[in-house]
Design a protein around this ligand. Structure first.
Ligand SMILES: NC(=O)c1ccc[n+]([C@@H]2O[C@H](COP(=O)([O-])OP(=O)(O)OC[C@H]3O[C@@H](n4cnc5c(N)ncnc54)[C@H](O)[C@@H]3O)[C@@H](O)[C@H]2O)c1
Length: 336
């Protein structure tokens, strides 16, 4: 491999486009060598923005291209697991956007493929592991200064949704980030969930406007995840860990507090691309570095799989209105 790491990007929409631009503008050691999207015009636009990448109409051909050292998957969720398995079969490192799969069963097949290959090749796009606010909260909790971690909380506010999402859309598309944060920041597995949700209206009982999940971790510690799918005012994430003698909580919004005309105002970010701008760059920088060093780091396929099993349990619990146990198999040795 030359000093430049050549990346292929599958899916040139909002997220794939941002990853491609970050690779081009922010990561000196990387180049967007190839782009694929079923919307050819979109792929052409992003390729031009990235200095003239090759454009593919076929994802398998991009993955097989010997000039591609690593693959970013930012196509819609239903393609993630199969494309990741294709990358694993080709021996290519892959950064697969969340969720790794559409359910635990699909996720299990990715784990099987990676274990069969005998090494980690997959990183999952849980970029909060690179967010300074999340890292700061975790650092305080891990230091032990507030004693044992008792309760994890996260509040996930989305500005809106394209249409009326169902419970599965909100859990797999949005809350899966919080599920991963809970496991990663508490450093233990979730053993049981209980989900409640509020539909948009009584006439749409299957829609999910607000989802609340109560968690229990293996040690008995507790958690609470809240996700508003349609807040109507902006995008906000907050996270906290309560310990025996204190609470570590992420700070308020990053924008200045402005006092003017007898009012106090603070700008709220519009979406995740603004809120996690730095995290997406740091995630990409770390992933490219790991490819250059011939290793895989960051959130693993196992993290993606475990999050899917918890997500499946959250959906089952919401539908049945009963608590559901999460049955996570033993972690294969390649995941440490
Ligand atoms: N990590 C995060 O915070 C984060 C944020 C947003 C989106 N995402 C994930 O990124 C993925 C893409 O989301 P988005 O917001 O960019 O959506 P998007 O709709 O903006 O873009 C998706 C793109 O994929 C293309 N596409 C559709 N089918 C395809 C296929 N079979 N092969 C290749 N490309 C195909 C579409 O034409 C479109 O350009 C989703 O899986 C989503 O969950 C992650």
């Amino acid at each position: 491999m030359s000093d430049t790491v050549n990346i292929g990007v599958i899916g040139a929409g909002g997220m794939g486009g941002r990853h491609a631009v970050n690779l081009t503008d922010e990561i000196g050691s990387a180049r967007v060598a190839a782009i694929m999207d079923v919307d050819a015009a979109r792929a052409e636009d992003v390729a031009a923005r990235c200095g003239g990448s090759k454009v593919y109409a076929d994802a398998e051909a991009l993955i097989a291209d010997p000039d591609v050292d690593g693959v970013v998957i930012a196509a819609p969720n239903r393609f993630h697991a199969e494309l990741t398995r294709t990358c694993i079969a080709a021996g290519k490192p892959v950064l697969c956007e969340k969720p790794l799969a559409t359910d635990g069963e699909e996720g299990r097949r990715v784990i099987e493929a990676e274990v069969r290959g005998g090494r980690r090749l997959t990183q999952v796009g849980f970029m909060r592991e690179y967010d300074p606010d999340h890292l700061a909260v975790k650092r305080v909790s891990d230091s032990g200064e507030q004693g044992r971690a008792l309760v994890f909380r996260s509040v996930h506010i989305n500005p809106g949704w394209n249409d009326f999402p169902g419970l599965g859309d909100v859990v797999n598309g949005s809350l899966v980030h919080d599920i991963h944060s809970a496991r990663w920041m508490m450093g233990e597995e979730i053993s049981r969930v209980y989900t409640s949700y509020l539909p948009f209206s009584p006439a749409m009982p299957d829609s999910a406007r607000y989802v609340v999940v109560q968690l229990q971790f293996e040690s008995g510690s507790l958690g609470n995840l809240e996700c508003n799918s349609d807040a109507g005012y902006g995008y906000e994430i907050s996270v906290s860990i309560t310990g025996e003698s204190g609470v570590a909580q992420s700070g308020p919004l990053s924008s200045p507090v402005v006092r003017r005309s007898n009012a106090i105002r603070q700008w709220v970010e519009e979406d995740w691309l603004q809120r996690f701008r730095v995290a997406y760059i740091d995630e990409m920088r770390a992933w490219v570095k790991s490819i250059g060093e011939g290793r895989t780091a960051g959130p693993s396929a196992w993290d993606g799989y475990a999050a899917m099993l918890v997500a499946d349990a959250c959906i089952e619990s919401g539908v049945s209105s009963k608590p559901v146990e999460v049955d996570l198999p033993d972690r294969p040795s390649i995941y440490g």
